[in-house]
Design a protein around this ligand. Structure first.
Ligand code: UDP
Ligand code: MG
Length: 239
């Protein structure tokens, strides 16, 4: 479980006070020791409250985000949070935002940030896991800024599944999951939204040096072999 107020570093470690730095360092040693001895769970639970390791997984509709997230979660012990699935669960549970979310999805538009961030926040804060794949979010610069503001944390890495439009259209129209937005009209709108609103988020993380671009054409296993080294490389960071 994680609460923003107790995230010690990087705030403390970037402080000029060496005393504070020492305290933070001691805390970290104790924290990792505690993690070792007190019953770590399936995702590397720490009994201490720990800053979550966030990975954003981005790409157009049908680029393979969800499929690859399932494999990453299984292989590397992440919790997979699909923003689209969280929104669809809200619709199914007849919540007060349900009708608005359904209309927004049918139109291929973006649900207001505070709604989506609140759903993601609830999952992160109630989880014992500290490594998260956030699939299909942020979709706009406004989403990104709202997440950072509300959660007080930035992603450590961002994956981008880069896929040609015609391939994405073929996959979405062929996937038969009964989704209200998997039709040619909504798909065209979603592709326009992706180019106009989501690509700027991807560019932002590229400039920050956090972006890993994966060529998303190929079989599921072929693509996973390109994803695997990204997580193998940063496995130490995620402990
Ligand atoms: N959506 C949204 N905000 C999000 C994620 C999804 O508004 O952060 C809406 C949006 O209308 C999008 C739809 O949910 O087109 C489906 O998103 P999902 O990620 O499930 O679609 P995918 O890209 O996986 O096909
Ligand atoms: Mg998906």
């Amino acid at each position: 479980m994680w609460r923003r107020v107790v995230s010690l570093s990087p705030v403390i470690s970037s402080s000029k006070s060496s005393l504070l730095n020492q305290a933070a360092y001691r805390f970290r040693i104790w924290e990792s020791f505690a993690t070792e001895i007190i019953n770590p769970g399936k995702c590397g639970i720490s009994p201490m409250e720990k800053t979550p390791f966030i990975t954003f997984v981005l790409g157009g509709p049908g680029s393979g985000k969800g499929t690859q997230c399932i494999k990453i979660a299984d292989t590397f012990g992440f919790m997979h949070l699909s923003a689209g699935d969280l929104l669809r669960t809200e619709i199914a549970s007849n919540s007060e935002d349900g009708a608005m979310i359904l209309n927004t999805i049918k139109e291929g538009k973006i649900v207001p940030s505070e709604v989506t961030v609140k759903l993601i926040q609830r999952e992160i804060e109630s989880s014992d896991c500290h490594k998260f794949l956030i699939d299909g979010f942020p979709r706009t610069e406004e989403n990104r800024i709202a997440f950072e503001k509300i959660m007080g944390v930035e992603p450590k890495i961002v994956l981008f599944f880069d896929c040609p439009e015609e391939e994405m259209v073929k996959r979405v129209l062929g996937r038969n999951e009964g989704r209200v937005d998997d039709n040619i009209d909504t798909m065209k709108k979603r592709l326009n939204v992706f180019t106009a609103l989501s690509l700027p988020v991807i560019n932002y993380y590229e400039k920050k040096g956090k972006l890993y671009t994966i060529n998303a054409v190929g079989s599921v296993d072929e693509i996973f072999e390109k994803v695997r080294p990204v997580f193998a490389e940063c496995e130490e960071m995620t402990q």
